[in-house]
Design a protein around this ligand. Structure first.
Ligand code: GLN
Length: 353
């Protein structure tokens, strides 16, 4: 062997060793991936986003549910949970807020556990409505009178589909399923439930409209009541990120190791999140961010990075469509800096240089 070949081999061996040496630091759930950013990089970007948007004045708390109007609008928390169960949190991470519409993702998942994706697609659908989340026109105008499981009408229809002997049993099934997705026991914030139950005439009207078109599959008002409870489940931002990470991890909760959602159901759920997760803001979100996500009027948004993990942000002030302003900005910033957009080949390391 010539001296030069020997030297080249040493250099190659050194590079191979170095590439493995960097593995334990890799983050975003890609243990063996050379394109995963390091934990330090992720942390730096999240901190930048936190500082940059902490005092953002945009948006205002939802007030059509009286309880939500009173929540401190300065609360601000960020959490990332990866598919290899690393956790990174910042800000107000202990505060339990109502999950609101983010619950709709997990009830869709539960209905699919029971009936499979085709039945849920036929009975509830996955079409963007281009309307506000509580729109009656979306029900009346769409030929299928369904829309998707993330607008209120579709979510109430989804709840009606889940089988149980009584409304109480259905509610307990839903709560226990959410808890398994979060890897911790979740519970109802009773004050939120009471506040919404006293003011939800619009949702009751939607349930009757669904009944007119045979698009609700159990007692309409009972379905609205269970739906109102599911929206009033309390989560902190880390629990929400873990629920998202369960989706990112093919339905297996990365902290408990439990297969909560069938792996084959996950792509359907993520596609609905892409189409309708931010209601009539979904097109803009897909354009600017490119991550399946779901928002709730409580101020939470969870975005899923398939195979990598999930990022959840909580900040109560909302835009016109009902999506947290700060949460959108943080996720857009982090996804941009870390190349997370699923529509971009850069998200799997193809840089194009
Ligand atoms: N519980 C709320 C409602 O029914 C959920 C809406 C939301 O989060 N967008 O209006």
């Amino acid at each position: 062997m010539s001296k030069k070949t020997f030297h080249t081999r040493i250099v190659i061996a050194f590079l191979v060793v170095m590439s493995f040496a960097s593995l334990p630091f890799s983050s975003l759930g890609q243990k063996a991936s050379p394109v995963a950013p390091t934990r330090a990089q992720v942390e730096a970007v999240v901190r930048e986003a936190y500082e940059k948007f902490k005092n953002d004045p945009g948006g205002k708390n939802a007030d059509y549910i009286p309880y939500l109007a009173k929540v401190d609008s300065k609360l601000f928390g960020i959490a990332i949970v990866t598919t290899d169960n690393q956790e990174l949190t910042m800000g107000d991470i202990k505060y339990s807020f109502s999950i609101q519409s983010i619950s709709k993702v997990f009830s869709q998942a539960l209905a699919m556990e029971e009936f499979g994706p085709e039945v849920v697609f036929q009975k509830v659908g996955s079409e963007p409505t281009g309307r506000a989340f509580n729109s009656v026109f979306a029900v009346a105008d769409m030929p299928t009178h369904t829309g998707n499981p993330y607008v209120n009408a579709g979510a109430i229809a989804t709840v009606s589909l889940i089988t149980a002997k009584s409304a109480e049993e259905k509610w307990q099934r839903i709560l226990s399923f959410y808890s398994r997705c979060a890897g911790e026991k979740l519970s109802l914030i009773d004050e939120v439930y009471q506040s919404e139950a006293a003011t939800n005439t619009g949702n009751k009207a939607l349930s009757m409209l669904l009944a007119k078109y045979d698009r609700i599959y159990a007692d309409p008002f009972e379905s609205v009541d269970v739906y109102t409870k599911q929206c009033s489940v309390g989560v902190n931002v880390a629990q929400l990120a873990r629920m998202g990470a369960t989706l990112a991890n093919n339905g297996k909760n990365p902290s408990t190791g439990e297969q909560v959602i069938k792996p084959e159901d996950v792509p359907y759920i993520l596609s609905t999140m892409t189409m309708a997760g931010l209601y009539d803001g979904s097109g803009g979100w897909a354009w600017h961010v490119g991550l399946p996500a779901k928002s709730g009027v409580g101020g939470g948004i969870v975005a899923v990075m398939p195979g990598k993990g999930a990022i959840a942000v909580f900040a109560p002030p909302l835009d016109e469509a009902g999506n947290s302003v700060k949460a959108q900005k943080v996720i857009e910033y982090v996804a941009g800096k870390l190349d997370l957009n699923v529509f971009s080949p850069r998200s799997v390391g193809l840089k194009g240089e």
